[in-house]
Design a protein around this ligand. Structure first.
Ligand SMILES: Nc1ncnc2c1ncn2[C@@H]1O[C@H](COP(=O)(O)OP(=O)(O)OP(=O)(O)O)[C@@H](O)[C@H]1O
Length: 366
């Protein structure tokens, strides 16, 4: 798959009926940037403007190319952006193999696809589907084929407009794990429109949070999830995303040994190769605090941290934003009572006990 130079910079503004859109954001040249916000906040409009399907005033650059400015408006077919919609739009008269070939045939002869068909077939689990017609596929299977077809056209940019929203929960979970695998292989930027926090937690590297046509926050996934002002940290089921590296194994116990912020933690996932960079997900409710690391605990993973902000989370609980030694963010949900008993204050060094740590998102070096 190709690698672009720099990232994407977008500034768009305009009036759609009674709705005002006025946004500016950037996205890196690799990885998934989520446009997150409630229904009607302008996500699809932004995506359509990036694809060149709609025109508002502004400026849009992708790598070194200017796709739109005061004078220019590059037409959609010259932008090289692949668009995957909520509902897969496959050709009903072609089987899956035919649909995938169609994606490839649209390439000019000078540009041979580097996103190899066989690679995508494996990554997205398409082998058994190749002889089938779209009518004989489930919604999730159709979306996997759509993704492969989009990538075979060797786009400069992948635009995903709520690709999971038409699927039931089981199909969502299934395709999320495929997307997580794909994520690590993707060498182009992807912009994911979603209003689903779990999708953001599992797939995004950066998040642009939108409300009523405006950007209310943006940044790297870990920062956005931990930011108490944004709509992630405070919700029930909130989670943090951390990066760690596999440094060894404790095979007898079926555990991988990871380095997280200079400390050793353990993950119940013995197959991981040493050196692999992992994305971990830790639910806030699974993080508790202790002033000194306890020996008498069933919790395997205890890591030093500093308390950042402490904010109310309902009547009985508090959200605690923690910083690890390397600057990574970890959020914990504790009771007001515990905070009072331990006299927790902002700036205080503590130990964070992580009851559950799960593997999530991009996995590199595997
Ligand atoms: N052509 C149009 N004329 C008038 N209003 C429009 C037009 N297109 C979009 N809008 C309005 O602009 C706002 C943003 O729409 P948009 O589809 O971008 O939101 P969204 O965040 O993608 O929502 P959803 O998640 O429901 O798809 C909405 O209030 C919509 O009604």
């Amino acid at each position: 798959m190709t690698e672009t130079g720099e990232g994407i910079a977008a500034r768009l503004s305009g009036q759609l009926g009674g709705f005002t859109l006025d946004v500016a954001f950037t996205a890196p040249s690799q990885g998934v940037t989520a446009l997150f916000g409630p229904s009607g906040c302008g996500k699809t409009t932004i995506l359509r403007c990036i694809a060149g399907l709609q025109r508002l005033a502004g400026r849009l650059t992708v790598g070194t190319e200017v796709w739109q400015d005061e004078r220019r408006f590059l037409p959609a077919h010259r932008r090289g952006a692949a668009y995957v919609f909520q509902e897969a739009s496959l050709f009903p008269h072609l089987d899956v193999r035919g649909n995938l070939d169609f994606g490839r045939r649209r390439l000019p002869a000078s540009r041979q696809p580097t996103a190899r068909l066989d690679e995508l077939v494996v990554l997205l689990g398409l082998e058994p589907l190749l002889p089938r017609r779209p009518q004989a596929l489930s919604g999730g299977e159709r979306q996997r084929v759509s993704l492969a077809r989009a990538l075979l056209a060797e786009p400069r940019l992948l635009l995903l407009d709520e690709p999971l929203s038409a699927l039931d929960q089981d199909a969502k979970d299934e395709i999320l794990s495929y997307l997580e695998r794909l994520h690590a292989q993707l060498r182009i930027p992807a912009i994911l429109v979603t209003h689903d926090r779990t999708e953001v937690e599992r797939l995004a590297d950066r998040v642009v949070v939108l409300r009523a046509g405006h950007v209310v926050g943006s940044g790297a996934i870990a920062e956005v999830l931990a930011d108490p002002v944004l709509p992630f940290a405070a919700r029930q089921g909130a989670a943090s995303v951390l990066r760690a590296t596999v440094v060894g194994h404790e095979a007898a116990d079926g555990l991988a040994v990871l380095d997280l912020a200079g400390h050793r933690i353990l993950l119940a996932s013995p197959e991981l190769p040493v050196g692999a960079a992992l994305r971990l997900r830790v639910r806030s409710a699974d993080v508790s605090l202790t002033l000194a690391p306890s020996q008498d605990t069933t919790i395997l993973n205890v890591i030093p941290a500093t308390i950042g902000r402490i904010l109310p989370a309902g009547l009985a609980e508090l959200d605690v934003a923690l910083r690890l030694a390397d600057g990574q963010h970890l959020a914990g949900r504790i009771t007001r009572r515990s905070a009072r008993l331990l006299a927790l204050t902002e700036g205080q060094p503590v130990h964070a006990q992580m009851k559950g740590v799960s593997l999530s998102g991009a996995v590199e070096g595997m």
